[in-house]
Design a protein around this ligand. Structure first.
Ligand SMILES: NC(=O)c1ccc[n+]([C@@H]2O[C@H](COP(=O)([O-])OP(=O)(O)OC[C@H]3O[C@@H](n4cnc5c(N)ncnc54)[C@H](OP(=O)(O)O)[C@@H]3O)[C@@H](O)[C@H]2O)c1
Length: 302
């Protein structure tokens, strides 16, 4: 079905993507970086191409991690960028696959998505078969996934990896939280009862490589640790790991005022569980939040 041993990665310059070339090299796969910047001296990248001129000939796999950050106010211009960088770019990926003769197409497309797909799931456990939710992020994720699924008709195995909050050094979520707690200003968000789906950066990257090499994994896949936590418990554990107090709660209305729709989305409850990954034999290095946080705050950590 496929030719070559290359993996093309859109978003390889990003927080999650930049650690992938080394992991793929260990599987004997070389990497083509796809970036708007077009070049760069990232270790482990054999070639570069532009997202405006995608060519996947000779590629066994495509990983698409591109996307404008959702951590901003969603005014009309931001919504256009959020949509174009996810739905638009995924459509371009599928078109580039369609242009190739069937025998030369990549075997697999691993496309990022997010647990925002589920909207506010309340107390329910959210496996991959849970219905999509409502709201701006849910609609965006649904359109993003629908664009990726089009590649299935081209004979490509498609994995839609619904990521939770990725916790890693250098990542927006963890570094912002760490800064706030270090100033002694950390506190739960709103009631703190909402469930947070999280995953350690090492496990996301390992799951992406697993998705490339495991032919039995396909469809929607929750990229979340097996143990989601309520926001209040997450806050308490982070404060303990940083030896700082968890103080005043941040009121929901203040978050909405400061961050608009994104602030409101921080109140959504997503008790997502990684059924598909676990059934496919994936082992989490950091299944529990205390272990993940201990790793991230350790002085010797990465
Ligand atoms: N990190 C998380 O907690 C989290 C949670 C849920 C879902 N996700 C999803 O997982 C994917 C990877 O996350 P990440 O944290 O690694 O993302 P990131 O670092 O914020 O961005 C990944 C890449 O997206 C490209 N990009 C950014 N803005 C763009 C735009 N306006 N148009 C086209 N490309 C643009 C950039 O590539 P170039 O500049 O090289 O072109 C960037 O390196 C994203 O799609 C994100 O939505 C992440």
């Amino acid at each position: 079905m496929h030719s070559g041993d290359r993996t093309a990665i859109l978003g390889v310059t990003g927080f999650v993507g930049r650690g992938l070339p080394a992991l793929l090299a260990a599987q004997g796969l070389s990497v083509t970086g796809v970036s708007r910047a077009g070049t760069g001296a990232m270790p482990g990248i054999a070639r570069w191409q532009s997202p405006a001129a995608l060519d996947f000939s000779g590629h066994r796999a495509v990983i698409n991690l591109a996307g404008e950050s959702v951590a901003q106010r969603w005014g009309a211009p931001a919504r256009r960028r959020l949509h174009a960088s996810r739905v638009g770019l995924t459509e371009a990926v599928v078109e580039a696959i369609r242009r190739l003769p069937a025998a030369a197409r990549p075997a697999v497309l691993v496309n990022a998505s997010a647990v925002g797909y589920y909207g506010d799931g309340g107390e329910s456990f959210l496996t991959e078969s849970a219905a999509p939710g409502s709201g701006y992020l849910a609609d965006l994720c649904r359109a993003w996934e629908a664009a990726a699924v089009e590649a299935e008709a081209l004979g490509v195995r498609v994995v839609r990896l619904r990521l939770g909050v990725v916790l890693g050094r250098g990542g927006l979520a963890f570094e912002r939280l760490r800064r706030v707690f270090r100033c002694g200003l950390g506190g739960r968000l709103g009631s703190g009862r909402q469930w947070m789906a999280w995953i350690h950066l090492d496990d996301v990257r390992a799951a992406l490589v697993h998705a490339v090499v495991s032919a039995s994994l396909q469809g929607a896949v929750n990229g979340t640790a097996p143990s989601p936590e309520r926001n209040a418990e997450f806050t308490r554990m982070l404060a303990a790991a940083l030896h700082r107090p968890a103080l005043l709660p941040v009121p929901a209305c203040a978050l909405k005022l400061a961050l608009g729709g994104f602030g409101a989305a921080l109140m959504d409850s997503q008790r997502a569980v990684p059924e598909a990954l676990v059934e496919d034999g994936f082992h989490f290095k950091f299944p529990d939040l205390d272990g993940a946080l201990a790793d991230l705050v350790a002085p010797s950590g990465r």
